[in-house]
Design a protein around this ligand. Structure first.
Ligand code: THU
Length: 134
């Protein structure tokens, strides 16, 4: 599974977005270190707050199926310009490692690659809860 193939799967997942309010479809595809792929789309709610982003849908599928070793997450929005994961998704992704690769794309030929550490520097994570004895 290479970056372009992962982007292609995120684009396919984007078609399944449930977005009656924003009309802004997002798709994501998570690649685990074992080579498994979990896809997701954004799912909106009429009471707005329960809305879940595509990245968290895909990552929740991986984690809930027992796959926590995350290598890469590809995300595609709906604009001609590249969209990056929102702040909530950055924190959610960071939980599972600072070196996770993030591919933000508009197509298989137009994308940028960062790590979650690039997108969320000086972050708070699981290690920060393990030595609190004040
Ligand atoms: N959205 C995502 O799916 N991922 C992001 O990183 C940013 C925002 C969704 C949430 C909502 O359904 C729509 O895009 C507009 O914010």
């Amino acid at each position: 599974m290479n970056d372009k193939e992962l982007i292609r799967l995120a684009i396919e997942a984007r078609e399944r977005a449930y977005v009656p309010y924003s009309k802004f479809k997002v798709g994501a595809a998570v690649l685990t270190e074992e080579g498994l792929v979990f896809t997701g789309c954004n799912i909106e709610s009429s009471s707005y707050t329960p809305t879940i982003c595509a990245e968290r849908t895909a990552l929740s599928k991986a984690i809930s199926e027992g796959h926590r070793n995350i290598d890469t997450i590809a995300v595609v929005g709906s604009l001609e310009k590249i969209s990056f994961p929102c702040g909530v998704c950055r924190q959610f992704i960071r939980e599972f490692g600072e070196d996770i690769r993030i591919i933000s794309a508009t197509s298989e030929d137009d994308y940028k690659v960062y790590t979650i550490k690039d997108l969320l520097p000086e972050s708070f994570g699981p290690e920060d809860l393990r030595h609190g004895n004040i």
